[in-house]
Design a binder for this molecule. Structure first.
Ligand code: SF4
Length: 203
C-alpha cells in the first residue's frame, strides 16, 4: 500500500470513528447515559466469561480504574448490569448485563445504519477491507503491547473437538458454539498470523 493510501485510510477510519461517537453520544443522551456507559454495555454484550471483569474493561476501553468503577456503579444503580463474585475466586468481581441492559442495547440498534450501507458493497470488497483493518489493528496492538481482545474462534488456544464442541487449551475448559463467537481478554492470534514487527519497522 502506498503512503498516500495509508493516510487516506487513516483519515477515513478517524472520520467514521468521530461520527460513530457522535451517534453514541446522541443515543446515550436520550437514555440519560454518557457514551462511556454505553461502551461498557456494548463490551459486556460481546465479552466471554473469562473477560467480564472491571480490569478487562479498563484494558479494552483504555480507561482508568476510577472511571471504570464509577461507570460500573452508575450502571448497577440503573439496574442495567449486575455484579457478582466469581464462584471460584470470591475476590474477583464479574459483571453481567441484566435483562434491562440487554433490552436497552436492542433499542439502540447500534451499527444499524453502518450495517445497511456496508451490505450494499460486494462481499469480496468487504472481505478485503476487513482483512486490511484486522491486520492494521493487530499490528498497532502488538506494537503498543496491548491485548488483542479478538474473537475466540480465531484464537491459537481454541481447539475444535467436533461440529459444535470446542476446548480452550489455555483455560482448560470446554467452550460452546455461542461462546466461541465472543471476544476474550486472553485471546492470542494464531502464530502464523502474528504481526511481523521486525519487517514492519524496517518498512
Ligand atoms: S480459546 Fe483463546 S479466546 Fe477462547 S477462551 Fe480460550 S484463551 Fe480465550
Amino acid at each position: 500500500m502506498k503512503k498516500s493510501q495509508a493516510l487516506t485510510l487513516f483519515d477515513l477510519v478517524e472520520r467514521l470513528s468521530l461520527l460513530t461517537r457522535a451517534d453514541l453520544r446522541q443515543a446515550g443522551t436520550a437514555q440519560g447515559l454518557q457514551p462511556v456507559h454505553l461502551q461498557v454495555l456494548f463490551y459486556l454484550n460481546q465479552a466471554n466469561r473469562f473477560s467480564n471483569t472491571p480490569q478487562a474493561l479498563t484494558e479494552y476501553l483504555g480507561l482508568t480504574k476510577g472511571t471504570v468503577s464509577q461507570t460500573v456503579l452508575v450502571l448497577a444503580r440503573r439496574r442495567l448490569i449486575t455484579r457478582y463474585a466469581d464462584p471460584r475466586d470470591g475476590r474477583v468481581v464479574r459483571l453481567i448485563l441484566t435483562e434491562g441492559g440487554t433490552t436497552l442495547l436492542k433499542t439502540l440498534s447500534a451499527g444499524g445504519a453502518w450495517r445497511d450501507i456496508v451490505q450494499t458493497a460486494s462481499p469480496a470488497r468487504v472481505t478485503s477491507a476487513v482483512v486490511v483493518l484486522r491486520q492494521v489493528l493487530a499490528q498497532v496492538q502488538a506494537q503498543s503491547g496491548k491485548r488483542t481482545f479478538g474473537v475466540c474462534a480465531t484464537c491459537r488456544h481454541n481447539q475444535r473437538l467436533g461440529p459444535r464442541t470446542y476446548f480452550c487449551g489455555l483455560m482448560q475448559e470446554k467452550l460452546s458454539s455461542p461462546e466461541v463467537r465472543r471476544i476474550c481478554r486472553e485471546h492470542a492470534p494464531p502464530l502464523a498470523l502474528e504481526p511481523d514487527l521486525g519487517r514492519a519497522s524496517a518498512a
